[in-house]
Design a binder for this molecule. Structure first.
Ligand code: SAM
Length: 274
């Protein structure tokens, strides 16, 4: 499938404390037998409004799908920092009602930053990501940290595309979609990802997004305005904008957990079906 020429333009933008920006890649159609999105989730599009949207989706898939990006991501993210601890606290609050033994999906798992936390809470964890490099890195990081030669039954790693998962309806008690939605600048992409998360969860969905209620968000918008550019990645939005996406897919927010209120745009939401 052809990727439009404008693919990658303006990606990514730096913002506040996010820190998960990586260099955009030049890429043609996604290929390789290991890639689950060799068959893209967003259907082949007519020239028109969905072409740009598909480019954002493909860029987000492709730019993390490299061995060096995955290993660098692990080195930067699988560490005990104050920010990681704050994010974990938000996620733990959102998961407070989910008991030990529950089936929890972490998608995208990236380099496996959340797996120690989810294991500590006694969950049966499925850690999945579009990128095979991220999945391999996450598995290796987990085995190394837990000092085990092989995975135990409660922990599995696999490739999945958030837009089109190979899981049954209601397969999980909770689905966590951490640090992905801020890479999707359009309601169409956010809604498709949210719809899939809702479909595979019989309980709650926990997401993060970049909220406008932060100083760094203001700085981000001013900087882009000053440079006369329209950002397309890591864009903070108002909750009411995200709420329209939630309404569209039949989810409602039952908990809000900002990582650092007023300072960081990173905000967690606990969602339930309407
Ligand atoms: C910013 S990282 C966040 C990773 C992880 N949640 C964390 O907090 O460390 C974004 C991740 O999304 C994954 N990703 C991008 N597009 C995806 C898709 N369509 N389906 C599943 N994962 C995707 C990337 O491979 C990358 O690992």
């Amino acid at each position: 499938m052809a990727v439009p020429a404008e693919s990658g333009a303006g990606l990514p933008q730096e913002i506040g404390q996010g820190g998960d920006a990586v260099t955009p890649v030049e890429h043609g159609p996604l290929s390789g037998s290991s890639s689950p999105a060799a068959k893209p989730a967003i259907k082949e599009c007519e020239p028109g409004e969905h072409v740009q949207e598909q480019a954002y989706y493909l860029d987000t898939c492709a730019r993390f799908d490299r061995a060096e990006v995955a290993s660098e991501y692990r080195a930067r993210k699988n560490v005990s920092t104050a920010r990681n601890r704050r994010e974990w606290q938000c996620i733990e609050k959102a998961l407070a009602t989910i008991p030990s033994g529950a089936a929890v999906l972490d998608l995208p798992c990236g380099s496996g930053r959340l797996e120690p936390l989810l294991e500590k809470r006694g969950y049966r964890v499925t850690a999945a990501d579009y990128s095979s490099h991220m999945v391999d890195t996450a598995r290796a990081a987990y085995l190394e940290a837990s000092n085990q030669p092989d995975l135990l039954e409660h922990m599995r790693f696999m490739q999945q595309d958030v837009m089109q998962m190979n899981f049954a309806d209601g397969e999980f008690d909770a689905v966590i979609c951490n640090r992905l939605l801020h890479h999707y600048p359009t309601p169409g992409l956010r809604q498709q990802a949210l719809r899939e998360c809702k479909r595979v969860s019989r309980g709650i969905v926990v997401i993060s997004y970049f909220s406008n209620l932060a100083l760094s968000a203001l700085r981000f918008h001013l900087k882009n305005r000053f440079k006369s550019r329209t950002p397309t990645d890591r864009v903070p939005i108002w909750f009411r904008v995200l709420e329209q996406d939630l309404d569209a897919v039949g989810l409602r927010c039952t908990g809000t957990y900002p990582v650092r209120y007023g300072l960081s745009p990173q905000t967690y939401l606990r969602l339930e079906g309407c």
